[in-house]
Design a protein around this ligand. Structure first.
Ligand SMILES: Cc1cc2nc3c(=O)[nH]c(=O)nc-3n(C[C@H](O)[C@H](O)[C@H](O)COP(=O)(O)OP(=O)(O)OC[C@H]3O[C@@H](n4cnc5c(N)ncnc54)[C@H](O)[C@@H]3O)c2cc1C
Ligand code: SF4
Length: 481
């Protein structure tokens, strides 16, 4: 035990209470930091430097994990930070919210040999949080300004990562977003207990200080069409995410107190940011003292149940039509929810909502899993005469998201989308069928992960740079001809 830690445990019991409290608080903070730092070193030194970096291969950003773990183990944190941020625009965000069990950590050789993974995500978070604290994270200093501009639609992780990379090259970048704050789902989707909002806000500020312009409360399709925006810039990136909530068509859907997941999460996040939210303040979107039922089994559903627990709901249930093994979200998130007291009702599907004006419950059916469907997953089949009811005075629907109808919304009917409504791009150039219009993130992949959005944003920046350079070459040739 370190000297400071010993002092902490041996604080003189006779000290006046207030002084003791203050001393404890001060010492606790110092000791806590020291403890975390020791823990990070200890964990980093567990990396066997195995030679075949499966962790790195399974990180979408190909982060150089073994090398920054080695640097951390040696106490060379600044170098670890430099290396970590060279492939990731938001390492402290990914360290907090990547489903590491499915990505880097799940493929750690030590984990595979049954000795428990190196906690890569926590170390990544620690390295960059330390970098912020020590002021190593600095705004971009552009060496040579380039007189070409890019308009980015969407200030989520894909748009932000692309903007940062383009600004590093020296381009003039403006981000347009329909929300009042930047961050996309990082700010209004993902709850504060998973990703503290100051972490997102300091990133956005850094980009502003780097010379990137943000135009908030600006909806493309309403304030300007895509073509109008395009005429202002040399290139455009569409990074609008997917926001159309999937619906459940059963009787009683129009009863009061049945909400889409994003309404519930956005209200909670806005409240956490200190905003006045009428529908929360009057109790409508507040789960306190209510019997809450969340329908769905993905990560968004887990965020809803865990938010409801924190709002002091009377009870929180999650109903999902398949079993635990077949839940689409992170297994870690499900375990967290169970630990926090959420009751899971697997192999169950809603048949109708019950109530007069407001919802008072759900009638549900039991499910059995049948033969695998075309995707290889066992098909849920309703068991006849298996109805029973569950009490609920608040229901949150979390059945996934689809893209909005962007060609219509943007008044650009020629913009080609897939049969799911995601934007089609040339996978080599990331360009849509419209010249100079690129796309990245969830709007191309469908609902995915932050780390993939960052990867797409970075890739798009490289492709946009190539496009803009070619544009100048072409112009010069035309002039010369
Ligand atoms: C509740 C929830 C929890 C999640 N938790 C996790 C997690 O723990 N880990 C993880 O890795 N991933 C998680 N995800 C997924 C992750 O948030 C997304 O994959 C990621 O944010 C996608 O990034 P994006 O930049 O493509 O889009 P978004 O983050 O959705 O950003 C798109 C932006 O575009 C703006 N926009 C849309 N249309 C317009 C328009 N017409 N004009 C102007 N602006 C527009 C929006 O306002 C928004 O700011 C979660 C998703 C949800 C919904
Ligand atoms: S970005 Fe995500 S997958 Fe990659 S190392 Fe960090 S936590 Fe792991």
């Amino acid at each position: 035990m370190s000297e400071k830690m010993l002092k902490f445990t041996q604080l003189d019991q006779a000290t006046p209470v207030k002084r003791l409290e203050n001393e404890r608080k001060k010492d606790f903070n110092e000791i806590y930091k020291e403890f975390i730092s020791e823990k990070a070193k200890e964990q980093s030194s567990r990396c066997s430097q195995c030679g075949v970096p499966f962790c790195q291969i399974h990180c979408p950003l190909s982060n150089n994990i073994p090398d920054w773990l080695k640097l951390t183990a040696e106490g060379r944190l600044k170098e670890a930070y430099e290396l970590s941020q060279s492939t990731n625009n938001m390492p402290e965000v990914c360290g907090r919210i990547c489903p590491q069990d499915r990505l880097c950590e799940g493929n750690c050789v030590i984990e595979q040999s049954g000795h428990g993974t190196v906690t890569i995500g926590s170390i990544e978070k620690y390295i960059t949080d330390t970098a912020w604290e020590k002021k190593w994270v600095k705004p971009i200093k552009v060496i040579k300004e380039i007189n070409q501009s890019i308009g980015i639609i969407g200030a989520g992780p894909a748009g932000l990562a692309c903007a940062e990379e383009l600004r590093k090259f020296g381009y003039q970048v403006t981000i347009y977003d329909r929300y009042d704050r930047a961050g996309g789902l990082l700010i209004y989707g993902i709850p504060n207990f998973k990703l503290e909002k100051f972490v997102v806000e300091r990133r956005t500020k850094l980009l502003k200080d780097s010379g990137i312009k943000f135009v908030q409360n600006f909806e493309v399709g309403k304030n300007k069409t895509l073509k109008e925006l395009k005429s202002k810039h040399d290139a455009i990136l569409i990074a609008t995410g997917v926001y159309k909530a999937r619906e459940i068509e059963i009787p009683g859907s129009d009863l009061k107190n049945i909400f889409p997941a994003m309404n519930f999460l956005t209200a909670s996040n806005k409240k956490g940011l200190g905003d006045k939210v009428d529908l929360f303040d009057d109790g409508t979107l507040n789960a306190e003292n209510k019997d809450v039922v969340v329908i769905g089994g993905g990560d968004t559903a887990m965020d809803c149940v865990r938010t409801a627990v924190r709002q002091k709901a009377k009870s929180v249930k999650c109903i999902y039509r398949r079993d635990r093994e077949n839940m689409p979200g992170s297994a870690r998130e499900v375990s967290n929810a169970i630990e926090e007291g959420v009751e899971f009702i697997w192999l169950t599907t809603p048949k109708k909502f019950i109530g007069l004006d407001k919802v008072s419950g759900l009638e549900v059916n039991r499910i059995k899993l049948g033969a695998p469907d075309s995707t290889g997953r066992k098909k849920p089949e309703i068991q006849q005469n298996s109805e029973y009811s569950i009490k609920a005075d608040m229901v949150i629907k979390s059945l996934g998201f689809d893209p909005e109808d962007l060609p219509k919304l943007f008044s650009s009917e020629e913009l080609v989308v897939s049969r799911w409504g995601t934007i089609k791009i040339d996978l080599d150039t990331m360009q849509t069928n419209m010249d100079g219009v690129f796309a990245a993130g969830d709007i191309v992949r469908g609902a995915s992960l932050v780390v993939w959005a960052i990867k797409d944003g970075r890739d798009a920046a490289i492709e946009i740079q190539k496009y803009l350079k070619n544009k100048i070459i072409k112009k010069n040739k035309e002039k010369a001809a």
